[in-house]
Ligand binder design. Structure first.
Ligand code: BGP
Length: 479
């Protein structure tokens, strides 16, 4: 007997800017990722203030889902997907973010995508904003630093809610909203990079601006959730956090406290607001220690209280260690770095692989909030070898996913109400952190390479057949 619910949502996850391409087609405006060049594990990508002819912008073509969606969704259906997590690219609907009338061509594209999902019996799960802020809002307002973005976001939400009310039931307000608690979040999530051109890891950091911008996102998220609850009672609204589990590196009480603080700032700060509807008790001291003040308007507390989410979602890739001992070695991560755990191995990109950390995290999250939980990203970014006969033997990816699903099963036995699982990049796509194609996550290989070449053809990897069996047995047969 499977431990997973009968209606468990098995599927996969992508984000518009990382796989659609068609960046300027049918009226679409540029979003932040469209201004980002490619990089690598060792060379940071750049954000530019205009499109530079001598640079390569991987999101512009990506894997061209824009023209391949029917084929791709058919492949997802062949694996047995029950759910497909994707995002709507804000600038297809409102090219600068400030229009009042949505772009019909952009709306039509997602009609086609969601209709295609429905034909295949796949439920869409839509991220409203997945690192895809209209670049015009960065130029004019310094992104979410300006409270007026709340109104632009609400216009966008109202347009897509009304248009897709019969097609989409599950919505996530912001991808990895907690990236705003970390310096890289200024570019990825908040768009507070007005006028900056240069490597993405050297964006000038201002915690005052970041945490204020985050407050605006909390307000926007809460307003969107409350609006949805009022007008579309059939909708289920979720948050989305990048959960970076951290452990104390030693049993030195100073490390235990440092880790507690890190967990609060990185992992709990945002979801405490979005799930509980108020800032946590530790917020004031955090702000004081950072020397920041959050400007709130009358009524903000009520808005936050009213707009709490129905389910909690998160991405999980790795864990890190926290220590006050300066001699520990650093490791890499997606948006946060930490200290090396001697008990864990890391991926080729230096992300520490920790399946048990997923069980631990699921338990921590569910204990804290007691609402349904979903893992909406997880996976291994790795270099794949395409064999001459068109096969890809990605046993390392299968091992990674198997060990994480095993731990999800343990968490369910521990009592966690787990709704579903959508591994990241179910079809190869552009990496968010490095802009590479070479860092592949997919069950489906796409012939697209970092020099821009490739014919976009799609090929089933070994993991494709493996995942199909996992879904068919509701997670029982992981062999
Ligand atoms: C998460 C993002 C995704 C995705 C993933 C993998 O932080 O939500 O957009 O890209 O990480 O990261 P990367 O693409 O950098 O390997």
């Amino acid at each position: 007997m499977s431990v997973f619910r009968d209606d468990f949502l098995w599927g996969g996850a992508c984000a518009a800017n990382q796989f659609e391409g068609g960046w300027d087609l049918d009226g679409k405006g540029p979003s932040v990722p469209d201004m980002c060049t490619n990089g690598s594990h060792t060379t940071p990508k750049w954000v530019t203030t205009a499109i530079r002819p001598d640079k390569f912008y991987p999101s512009h073509q990506a894997i061209d889902f824009y023209h391949h969606y029917e084929e791709d969704i058919a492949l997802f259906a062949e694996m047995g997907f029950k759910v497909f997590r994707t995002s709507i690219n804000w600038t297809r609907i409102f090219p600068t973010g400030e229009e009042t009338v949505p772009n019909e061509k952009g709306l039509e594209f997602y009609d086609k995508v969601f209709d295609c999902c429905k034909r295949h019996g796949i439920e869409p799960l839509v991220t409203i904003s997945h690192y895809e802020l209209p670049y015009a809002l960065v130029e004019k307002y310094n992104g979410w630093a300006d409270r007026r973005l709340v109104d632009f976001y609400m216009n966008y939400c109202k347009a897509i809610f009304e248009r897709y009310k019969d097609k989409v039931k599950y919505w996530l307000t912001f991808n990895e909203i907690n990236c705003g608690t970390m310096p890289l979040g200024a570019l990825l999530g908040l768009g507070t990079v007005q006028g900056y051109e240069g490597p993405v890891n050297q964006v000038p950091d201002d915690p005052q601006v970041r945490f204020q911008a985050l407050h605006h996102q909390f307000i926007a998220s809460a307003l969107a959730v409350a609006y949805a609850h009022e007008h579309y009672p059939q909708f289920k609204m979720g948050n989305m956090d990048c959960f970076i589990t951290t452990y104390p590196y030693t049993c030195d009480p100073a490390d235990i406290l440092a880790n507690q603080k890190a967990m609060r700032v990185t992992n709990w700060y945002c979801s405490d607001v979005q799930v509980r509807g108020e800032y946590p008790s530790y917020a004031k001291r955090l702000w004081d220690e950072m020397g920041i003040t959050i400007r709130m308007e009358p009524g903000d507390a009520e808005i936050l209280k009213k707009g709490t989410v129905d389910f909690y979602t998160f991405s999980y890739y790795m864990s890190n260690c926290i220590t006050t001992h300066k001699d520990a070695a650093q490791v890499d991560g997606n948006i946060a770095t930490g200290f090396k755990n001697p008990y864990l191995k890391a991926s080729d990109w230096g992300w520490q692989i920790d399946p048990q950390g997923l069980r631990y995290s699921l338990n921590e999250i569910y204990d804290r909030y007691r609402i349904p939980v979903m893992v909406v990203e997880n996976g291994l970014g790795a270099k794949d070898t395409l064999e001459a006969d068109g096969t890809v033997h990605d046993s390392y990816r299968i091992d990674y996913l198997r060990s994480h699903i095993e731990q999800m099963a343990e968490a369910v036995k521990d009592g966690v109400d787990l709704m579903g699982y959508t591994p990241w990049g179910c079809i190869d796509l552009v990496s968010a952190s490095t802009g590479e194609m070479a860092k592949r996550y997919g069950f489906i290989y796409v012939k697209k390479y970092d020099d821009g070449t490739g014919d976009y053809s799609r090929l089933r990897k070994d993991s494709f057949y493996w995942y199909k069996k996992v879904i068919a047995t509701n997670g029982e047969d992981l062999a």
